[in-house]
Design a protein around this ligand. Structure first.
Ligand SMILES: *Cc1c(COP(=O)(O)O)cnc(C)c1O
Length: 380
C-alpha cells in the first residue's frame, strides 16, 4: 500500500467489537483478566493501550519500521533512547540540534558522566568516520532546528555501522512523508509528534521506530519501566492528525517555496535558509534523501532588534514556539526555542527568524510578511 493509504488504515481496522470506523479512545487504565495472566494482550495501560498500539503500528508503517514506540513527548522518546547507554559512553551529536535536546544532553546526562562531542553538520557529512571514532551513539537531526542544515544520513549511517555505534535520526522536521532514515541505514528514527505528525498544535507526543529487534525489545522495556507514555486521547489525536499528513505536507512545502521566493527577493532579508534553495550548502544531499524540502524556513535580518520587532509585527503569522501545525508560526530562536543553547558550543544567531509555514493561503502569508518587513525601521 502507498503512504497515503497506510496513514489512514494501518493499525486502524474497524473496531472488532462494534464496527466503529475510527479507532476508539480506550480511556482505561486497566483490563479485565479471565484468569491470572489470561487476557487479550492488555493488562495495564502504561504497558500497552489499544489506541496507542494503533498509533505505534501506523507510524512504524510510515517509517518502514518493524517496531514503533509512542512516547509522551519527543523528549520522552529521547530520554528513553538515552537509557540504551551507560554513564561513560560517548555520544557524537550534530551541533545544531533542538534546544531541548541540547539542554537534556548538557544539563542532565553530561553531569552523570556521559560524554558528548558536538560536530557541525558539514563536518559530520563530509568525513563521518573521523568523528564517530569510539562513540556508542551518533545523534543527528536533519534538517536541523533552527538553521535548516542537512546531514547526509546514508554516509553517517555507514560510518556508525562500521564503528559499531548506533545512529539516531531526529526526523521531526522532515516527517516520514519526506524522508525515511531507516531506509538509509539509521538504527532509530525519532519524531516529536507534537509537530507535523499531530499537525494541529493540540497535542504533545513522541515516537521512536526501529528495525532492530534487540533495540525494539529494550525500548519496549524502557517505555514501560521509565513510563514516558502518551495517554489514549493524546495517542488518538496524533493518529487523527497523521491521516492528513500527506496532503498537509504537500501544502506546507508549496507554501514554503512561495514564502522563500518572496523573502529571497526582499532587501531587508540578508539570507534565507531553506534546503530547497540551490545555493543552500545541503541542497544536493537534501535532494537525494528527501522527497521535498519541507515547511520550515529560517532567515537572517540586519540585527537582533530588527528580528525581535519583526516577529511581533505579523498578524496572520502567530508569534509562538513550536512548529508543524496547520497555522503559520513565527519566532525568534535565540530568545525563545533556543535560549538554552546561548551558553553552548553553538548559539542560535540573534538576528535569526524562524518560520513554520502553515497551510493557509500563500498570498495571505506573503502579504503579512510584506507588511511586517515594510514596517521595519529605516536602515542607517
Ligand atoms: C519539538 C522538538 C523536539 C522535542 O519534542 P517535544 O515533543 O517538544 O518533547 C525534538 N526535536 C525536534 C527537532 C523538535 O522540533
Amino acid at each position: 500500500m502507498q503512504f497515503e493509504t497506510r496513514a489512514i488504515h494501518v493499525g486502524q481496522e474497524p473496531d472488532p467489537a462494534t464496527g466503529a470506523v475510527t479507532t476508539p479512545i480506550y480511556q482505561t487504565s486497566t483490563f479485565a483478566q479471565e484468569a491470572v495472566g489470561v487476557h487479550k494482550g492488555y493488562d495495564y495501560a502504561r504497558v500497552a493501550n489499544p489506541t496507542r498500539t494503533a498509533l505505534e503500528e501506523c507510524l512504524a508503517s510510515l517509517e518502514n519500521a518493524e517496531h514503533g514506540h509512542a512516547f509522551s513527548s519527543g523528549l520522552g522518546a529521547t530520554t528513553s533512547i538515552m537509557h540504551l547507554l551507560d554513564p561513560g559512553d560517548r555520544v557524537v551529536c550534530v551541533n545544531d540540534v533542538y534546544g531541548g535536546t541540547f539542554r537534556m544532553f548538557s544539563q542532565v546526562y553530561e553531569p552523570k558522566g556521559y560524554r558528548f562531542d558536538y560536530v557541525t553538520p558539514d563536518e559530520l557529512s563530509s568525513d563521518p568516520a573521523a568523528h564517530v571514532g569510539d562513540a556508542r551513539l551518533v545523534w543527528i537531526e536533519t534538517p536541523t532546528n533552527p538553521l535548516l542544515n542537512v546531514v547526509d544520513i546514508a554516509a553517517v549511517a555507514a560510518a556508525a555501522r562500521a564503528a559499531g555505534a548506533l545512529l539516531v535520526v531526529d526526523s521531526t522536521f522532515a516527517t516520514p512523508y519526506l524522508q525515511n532514515p531507516l531506509d538509509l541505514g539509521a538504527d532509530i528514527v525519532l519524531h516529536s509528534t507534537t509537530k507535523y505528525l499531530g499537525g494541529h498544535s493540540d497535542v504533545v507526543g513522541g515516537f521512536a521506530g526501529t528495525n532492530d529487534p534487540t533495540i525494539a525489545d529494550r525500548l519496549r522495556f524502557l517505555q514501560k519501566s521509565l513510563g514516558a507514555v502518551p495517554g489514549p486521547f493524546d495517542a488518538w489525536l496524533v493518529l487523527r492528525g497523521v491521516k492528513t499528513l500527506a496532503v498537509r505536507m504537500e501544502r506546507h512545502c508549496a507554501n514554503a517555496r512561495r514564502v522563500v521566493e518572496f523573502l529571497a527577493g526582499h532587501d531587508r532579508v540578508t539570507r534565507v535558509l531553506w534546503p530547497g534553495l540551490p545555493e543552500h550548502p545541503g541542497h544536493e544531499i537534501a535532494a537525494r534523501q528527501m522527497r521535498d524540502f519541507g515547511g520550515m524556513v529560517s532567515f537572517l535580518v540586519d540585527s537582533e532588534e530588527e528580528a525581535v520587532s519583526l516577529v511581533a509585527r505579523t498578524s496572520v503569522w502567530t508569534l509562538a514556539e513550536s512548529l508543524g501545525g496547520v497555522e503559520s508560526l513565527i519566532e525568534h530562536p535565540a530568545r525563545m526555542t533556543h535560549a538554552a543553547t546561548a551558553t553552548g558550543p553553538f548559539a542560535a544567531p540573534t538576528n535569526l527568524v524562524r518560520l513554520s509555514v502553515g497551510i493557509e493561503s500563500a498570498d495571505d502569508l506573503v502579504g503579512d510578511l510584506a507588511q511586517a518587513l515594510a514596517a521595519a525601521p529605516a536602515r542607517v
